[in-house]
Ligand binder design. Structure first.
Ligand code: GAP
Length: 517
């Protein structure tokens, strides 16, 4: 675990050192849980967004995109339930003055019991080797049974307080924290306040106060911009059910426990798609979208074992199915995307609060109804983090040296090709520029002439550039160059005129999209 934490720290500093992610307003020592993307980060982020957008909008004839404003009419958030219910249960430790999410403290306690069980199993596995029978061990080992009983008891109590009839039972939550003897990690004490609900939306004012300014919110999800535009898009696009609306944009949440770098931010970006369907077909569509979204993730080649679905035990009152796609981060399996069957809750609420009729006339059945919705919602920043975590490697080379390399999928890499003149003379820099001038229209290229070739390769490995080309003496004679592969470090001699056809296919988003069909 400690080793994984070290790796994660290295990834965070690598992101800063190589222009991927900086703390926001860094010269003022940063702003909590807000980050800026640097020169390489923005390219990677744009490529992720393109991969998502094209897989949704280009590959599906019945999905169109929009770009709604961040500011929305305040009633939107009343209708959606965010004003009344977009809360986190918080608890403060009086000694450290630190604030925590009470539900997270309890979930971490459950994870501790699970860890203890896992450790016993791993120890026994080592001891018994092939003869090990896990089911039998779980059913008979005293320490496993004790921890399992503690876990089951806590899980049961947690479910009860989370699903209490009048909303979350805050007193019950505090009692669990006291009974489980959970201590503040900073002060080490159990001097807790009561648990309170805290709304996560940022507020601001529109218009001058003299005019009677109104309170508006920074949107906490992009989805509502899609719901309020359902009628506009359906009518102007003459869309027939089933159809989807996709959007990429910023969302804002005043997260209290903002941790793990860009995993939980206060300003972040979402890629959301609402798929409008006939009521009664939602569970079929839910399953189809689950499979398609998992395929989209696994298509990046990070290994199926690094993903899993986490079906929700506790459903929001308007949802009839929900799952997360989790990715194996250095700090455990964590949610990257949510897929939700949201019934007709949002459209019905907006119809009620706006007084507008929001329905679909189905020409096939001659009926009007409020469509049901399947939502796929993924965080760009979490996707970025999962890609960085999986791609980062400190590789020990046969000559005893190490290199830090990002094995980014070539189609997502910020720079696709680096071109180096071997020396700064004999027309090599000009030749290298000529190559770039030709290829820059097709993919992102970078020219580098500083330092020895070896150092230049290392810099490109560190930003995940899949190909490097070196212009040398032989190039000046026969128009061939060495082409070096980032992952294998192998070099081969190729004609300059073949470079585009060798590289372009591999580094284009199209290559990823084709594998999705
Ligand atoms: N419209 C549904 C919705 O917003 P969500 O599960 O709250 O659902 C969807 O968020 C995705 O947005 C998450 O799976 C995650 O990737 C991303 N996300 C949510 N909160 C985030 C935060 N504070 N920082 C970064 N990403 C976040």
């Amino acid at each position: 675990m400690a080793q994984q934490e070290d790796v994660f720290k290295k990834i965070v500093s690598h992101c800063k050192e190589y222009g991927f992610v900086f703390p926001s307003s860094d010269i003022y020592d940063g702003l909590g849980a807000v980050y800026d993307y640097g020169q390489n980060g923005v390219e990677l982020k744009n490529n992720i967004k393109q991969y998502w957008w094209q897989s949704m909008v280009l590959l599906h004839e019945n999905i169109v995109g929009i770009d709604a404003a961040i500011f929305m009419h305040p009633t939107t958030w009343k209708a959606s339930g965010h004003v009344d219910a977009f809360n986190d249960p918080l608890i403060d430790n009086r000694d450290s003055k630190k604030r925590y999410r009470a539900d997270v403290l309890i979930e971490e306690q459950m994870a501790k019991y699970e860890d203890k069980i896992q450790k016993e199993i791993e120890k026994a596995q080592k001891r018994f080797g092939d003869a090990f029978d896990e089911a039998q061990f779980r059913a008979t080992n005293q320490r496993v049974l004790e921890n399992q009983a503690k876990y089951d008891n806590l899980h049961h109590r947690y479910q009860e307080v989370m699903n209490a009839p009048g909303g979350i039972d805050l007193e019950g939550m505090k009692q669990i924290i006291l009974d489980e003897e959970i201590v503040c990690p900073i002060s080490g004490t159990r001097n807790w306040t009561d648990v309170r609900q805290f709304n996560l939306m940022f507020k601001t004012e529109m218009g001058s106060t003299a005019d009677g300014a109104s309170t508006i919110y920074l949107r906490p999800e992009t989805a509502q911009g899609i719901f309020v535009n359902y009628l506009n898009v359906q009518k102007t696009g003459r869309m027939k059910l089933p159809f989807g609306i996709a959007q990429i944009g910023k969302a804002f949440r005043n997260e209290i426990v903002a941790r793990q770098f860009i995993f939980r931010m206060r300003e972040f970006e979402q890629m959301e798609m609402q798929f409008f369907i006939q009521p009664g077909t939602e569970l079929d569509w839910f399953e189809k979208w689950k499979q398609f979204r998992m395929k989209w993730h696994q298509n990046l080649g990070f290994g199926a074992e690094n993903y899993r679905f986490h079906d929700h035990d506790k459903l929001a009152h308007y949802a009839n199915a929900a799952t997360d796609i989790e990715f194996h981060m250095p700090f455990g399996f964590k949610e990257v995307e949510g897929i939700h069957s949201r019934t007709n809750f949002d459209l019905s609420q907006h119809a009620k609060y706006s007084g507008k009729k929001i329905e679909y006339f189905d020409p096939e059945t001659n009926e009007s109804y409020t469509p049901y919705v399947i939502e796929t919602s993924i965080g760009v920043d979490r996707m970025f983090l999962s890609i960085m975590c999986h791609s980062y490697e400190e590789q020990l080379l046969p000559d005893g040296q190490t290199r830090t390399v990002l094995h980014l999928p070539a189609a997502l890499a910020p720079v696709k090709l680096a071109v180096f003149p071997l020396t700064k003379k004999d027309g090599m820099p000009e030749k290298a520029q000529e190559i770039i001038n030709e290829l820059r229209f097709h993919f992102n290229c970078k020219y580098e002439e500083k330092d020895q070739i070896g150092k230049r390769y290392r810099r490109m490995d560190a930003i995940g550039c899949p190909y490097c080309v070196t212009v040398d003496q032989q190039t000046m004679e026969d128009n061939t160059v060495t082409l070096r592969d980032r992952d294998t470090m192998e070099q081969r001699r190729v004609a300059i005129s073949d470079l585009r056809s060798i590289i372009e296919d591999e580094v284009s988003i199209t290559s990823l999209l084709k594998k999705l069909l």
